[in-house]
Design a protein. Structure first.
Ligand code: CP3
Length: 359
């Protein structure tokens, strides 16, 4: 399991807190960022979104830059995440992606086995250069202490959109495809690894100081399937994007019962959802990984005392080293922005007190 893992780089004490935590170095407070921190719960995001539809916002670097920066000032988070979408690289592979109300829609994806041969893997810089441009604008505007996180989807989660044509409750078509057409599925997963690796490397070249691989729907797979279609391909992806000092985060949601197989991807940081307490996650993977998570985003709809108590419990379970505070999935549009601001401030204060006390 450890053969892929580099030794942590020697970080200067003034390195950004988020990067120090990713490399399990001592920090004076626990860094925080939140999945979907730029999004519809923020009135400032909705104001930009009134002027442009969602895909236009992803395609236009100055708009992507504007909304990426919004939560930095508004919330005081320790990292920025590139504003884009998981499905953007699929456009470059030759499929049509739309975002009508009610979730993404993919036309001319993969409906029969032969379709995988139609998928293209053009160089990211030729087809997704606008994402690199957004990264350059964002990193030029960010203070040095706030790193930009790039991201992409893991092969299984991307394949699920290609095969289902959108979101899904039970991944029926995707699983049927894997079970009945494993050879063609391998062709599709190989292409996804190549496209996504090139896309993430482009983001790193354009200034991203960490990357997150989202395997949002990995939990639909049983442990054996995850080993074959999750671990194996994610591991190849991690190998292809590995650069000195650039942590790779793998967030595979719903995988608590086979979390050892997520760790086997060779990531530096493992995202954890709320179904696996952080001390239990640490027990499974040992000391060589940082952990990121794991508050249920729905708790942010509750009164403040409830949120505070949950955050404290998470800090206690995380222990002092190698923790990046985050949610167990993205913020929902109904979240009161004030609760999010208070959460970030509280994690900073409460963790600083714990770190000073040596807890
Ligand atoms: O986290 C961030 O703030 C960065 C931006 C980001 C978005 N999507 C913006 C977005 C990121 C990292 C994503 C990744 C993404 N996209 C994932 C993986 C993360 C996860 O949530 O599991 C997935 C599965 C998608 C696909 C996707 N995009 C869905 C299912 C939806 C519809 C559901 C929804 O929340 O609306 C989207 C749309 C989307 N992606 C929005 C935003 C801000 C809403 C679009 C709008 O403004 O109308």
């Amino acid at each position: 399991m450890q053969d892929l893992k580099p030794t942590p780089p020697d970080l200067p004490p003034d390195a950004p807190t988020f990067l120090r935590a990713c490399w399990r170095q001592p920090v004076d407070h626990t860094p925080v960022w939140l999945m979907r921190q730029a999004g519809r719960y923020l009135p400032e995001y909705r104001a930009v979104r009134q002027k442009a539809d969602f895909l236009t916002m992803c395609h236009r670097p100055e708009l992507a830059c504007e909304v990426t920066l919004q939560p930095i000032e508004l919330l005081g988070v320790d990292a920025a995440i590139l504003f884009s979408d998981l499905l953007i690289p699929l456009e470059a592979m030759g499929v049509t992606v739309k975002f009508p109300e009610g979730g993404p829609e993919i036309t001319n994806g993969v409906t029969k086995a032969d379709d995988v041969h139609r998928l293209q893997t053009p160089p990211a810089k030729d087809t997704l250069g606008y994402v690199a441009e957004a990264c350059r604008l964002i990193t030029a505007a960010l203070p040095a202490r706030i790193p930009l996180i790039g991201f992409a989807g893991a092969p299984f989660t991307l394949a699920s959109y290609l095969v289902e044509g959108g979101g899904s409750k039970n991944y029926q078509k995707t699983k049927a495809f894997l079970y009945q057409h494993p050879k063609e599925a391998e062709v599709m997963f190989d292409k996804l690894v190549d496209m996504v690796a090139d896309f993430l490397n482009m983001q790193i070249d354009a200034g991203c100081r960490a990357v997150q691989i989202f395997d949002s729907w990995a939990g639909a797979l049983d442990p054996q399937d995850y080993e074959r279609w999750g671990t194996q391909y994610t591991r190849r992806l991690v190998q292809k994007v590995r650069r000195p000092g650039v942590p790779v985060i793998v967030f595979a949601k719903g995988t608590g019962t086979y979390f050892d197989r997520v760790a086997a991807s060779g990531a530096d940081v493992l995202g954890v959802d709320w179904t696996l307490p952080l001390d239990a996650a640490r027990g499974i993977v040992g000391p060589d990984f940082a952990l990121q998570g794991n508050m249920d985003p729905i708790r942010l709809l509750c009164p403040w005392e409830h949120i505070r108590a949950t955050a404290d419990r998470i800090l206690d379970a995380a222990g002092p080293l190698g923790h990046v505070f985050n949610l167990g999935h993205g913020l929902v549009p109904q979240t009161p922005p004030d609760h999010v601001k208070r959460l970030v401030a509280h994690v900073h204060e409460a963790s600083a007190a714990r770190h000073r006390a040596g807890i």
